[in-house]
Ligand binder design. Structure first.
Ligand code: MRU
Length: 390
C-alpha cells in the first residue's frame, strides 16, 4: 500500500490480478481502490460530480473499471494507446462519450510516455488502434479526429509543446462533454413532468460520459429543478449495464429506482406505469435513426404501441451526418460467452450457436424527440434535419 492509499499491483487480490493481466500488467503502474480514487475536486459527497470514470493524471489515463461494478470501485492507470484500446474493447470503460474521452486521453498519454519518439508515425499508430477498438459509437472516431487535427497543427514543434497541446485538447474534450451533458439536462428536464416514472435502458449516466450523463443527466436536471421522479432501469441483457451500473449510480444518489428485466418493459407500459422512456445513443445517422444498446429498439416499438413518449439524449459528438441512415451504422457483435454464461457460470446448452449484437437501430419515426446540448429537436416529414446539418 502506498502512503496515499493506492495499492500496488502486488497488493491486489488474485482474481483482480487475473483481470488486469489482460491489460498488459507490465505497463500497469498502480490500481487505486475506493470511492475517493477517481473523485473530482469539486465533489462534496456522493453525487453525479464525484464520479469520474475517465481522467488524466500526468502521463496516465485513470479508468474506473466498470467490469467490477457494483461489487468494487477499482481504478486502473494506463500509459499507452494499446492499453487504453484494450480497456475500451474489454469494457473497463464503456458508453459512447466515455470511450471517446478515454481515446483522446490515451493519445495524450501515449505520446507523453513515448520518450523522444513524438513522431507522426507514433501518433498515427496510436490513433489507429484506438479508433478501431469498438465500431459503433461514433464518439470514438470523433475524438481521435479532434486529436489528429491538433497534432497536425503542432507536429513541427518540439516534443514538449506537442505533448502539452494533446493533453490540453484531451482535457477540453472532457470538459466540453460535461458541459454538454449539463446543457442537455436543462433542455430535457422540461420534457419530464413532476411525478413522472421514467424508463431507461443500459447506462447513459455519469459512468458512460465525462460525468453527469446524457439520459441520466436529464433525470438529474429534472430532480435539481425540484421534480419528483421514479426511475425504471431495464437490466440490459446480456452485459447488465442497467442492473450493474445504472442501478448503482442512481441508488448511491438516493433516486427512487426500480430494476426490471428487459422483458417486463412492455407489460409495465401496457399498465400505464411508464410516463416516458429516455435513453442515450452511440450514433445518430443523418436522418435521425439512432443506434443504441441492444434492446432499445424493442422499447421504442413498445412505447409507440402504448403512446409513451420515447426520447433520446445525446451530445453533438454522437451525431454522424456522414452516415445517411441507420442501415449504414456498423453494429458490433460481442463474444458468445456474454450470452451463454451468467455471472461466470455457463447457463446455455453446450454446442448452441449464438448471436450477440451489442447495439440495434431505432428508426427515427419511433423517436419522439432528440435532446442535445443545443435544445430539444423534433422530426420533420423526412426525419431529423438538424443531424444532417451538424
Ligand atoms: O456497450 P456499451 O455499454 O458501451 O453501450 C453503451 C450504450 O449503449 C449507451 O446507451 C450509449 O453509449 C449512450 S452513453 C451516454
Amino acid at each position: 500500500m502506498d502512503p496515499d492509499g493506492g495499492v500496488t499491483f502486488s497488493d491486489l487480490p488474485a482474481d483482480l490480478v487475473e483481470v488486469v493481466q489482460a491489460l498488459d500488467p507490465s505497463r500497469l503502474l498502480v490500481c487505486e481502490t475506493g470511492p475517493a480514487a477517481g473523485r473530482a475536486a469539486d465533489a462534496e459527497g456522493p453525487g453525479a460530480f464525484d464520479l469520474r470514470p475517465v481522467s488524466l493524471d500526468g502521463g496516465e489515463v485513470v479508468l474506473l473499471d466498470q467490469r467490477r461494478l457494483p461489487a468494487e470501485e477499482v481504478y486502473l492507470r494506463l500509459r499507452t494507446a494499446e492499453e487504453v484500446a484494450s480497456a475500451i474493447r474489454d469494457m473497463v470503460v464503456r458508453g459512447a462519450p466515455a470511450i471517446g474521452i478515454a481515446a483522446a486521453m490515451g493519445l495524450a498519454a501515449d505520446l507523453t510516455n513515448a520518450g523522444e519518439e513524438v513522431s507522426a508515425r507514433r501518433f498515427e499508430a496510436a490513433a489507429r488502434v484506438l479508433r478501431e477498438a469498438r465500431p459503433t459509437a461514433v464518439n470514438l472516431a470523433w475524438a481521435v479526429d479532434r486529436m489528429a487535427r491538433v497534432f497536425e497543427e503542432v507536429r513541427g514543434g518540439d516534443a514538449s509543446a506537442i505533448r502539452e497541446a494533446l493533453r490540453a485538447e484531451a482535457l477540453r474534450i472532457l470538459d466540453e462533454d460535461i458541459a454538454m451533458n449539463r446543457a442537455m439536462g436543462r433542455h430535457g428536464a422540461d420534457l419530464v413532468p413532476d411525478g413522472a416514472t421514467v424508463m431507461t435502458h443500459c447506462n447513459a449516466g455519469a459512468l458512460a460520459t465525462g460525468g453527469y450523463g446524457t439520459a441520466l443527466g436529464v433525470l438529474r436536471a429534472a430532480r435539481e429543478a425540484g421534480k419528483r421522479l421514479r426511475v425504471i432501469a431495464c437490466e440490459t441483457r446480456p452485459y447488465l449495464q442497467g442492473a450493474r451500473l445504472t442501478a448503482w449510480e442512481l441508488v448511491r444518489e438516493g433516486y427512487d429506482v426500480t430494476l426490471i428485466t428487459d422483458n417486463a418493459a412492455g407489460a409495465l407500459m401496457a399498465r400505464g406505469e411508464v410516463t416516458c422512456v429516455i435513453v442515450g445513443a452511440d450514433r445518430i445517422a443523418a436522418n435521425g435513426d439512432v443506434a443504441n444498446k441492444i434492446g432499445t429498439y424493442t422499447h421504442a416499438v413498445l412505447a409507440h404501441r402504448h403512446g409513451v413518449p420515447f426520447y433520446v439524449a445525446a451530445p453533438s459528438s454522437t451525431l454522424d451526418p456522414a452516415t445517411p441512415d441507420g442501415s449504414r451504422i456498423p453494429i458490433e457483435e460481442r463474444p458468445p460467452d456474454e450470452v451463454t454464461s451468467f455471472g461466470g457460470t455457463r447457463v446455455a446448452a453446450a454446442g448452441v450457436r449464438v448471436r450477440n449484437p451489442a447495439f440495434d437501430v431505432t428508426p427515427w419515426p419511433l423517436v419522439t424527440a432528440i435532446i442535445t446540448e443545443r435544445g430539444v429537436h423534433r422530426p420533420g416529414p423526412e426525419g431529423y434535419e438538424f443531424v444532417s446539418r451538424a
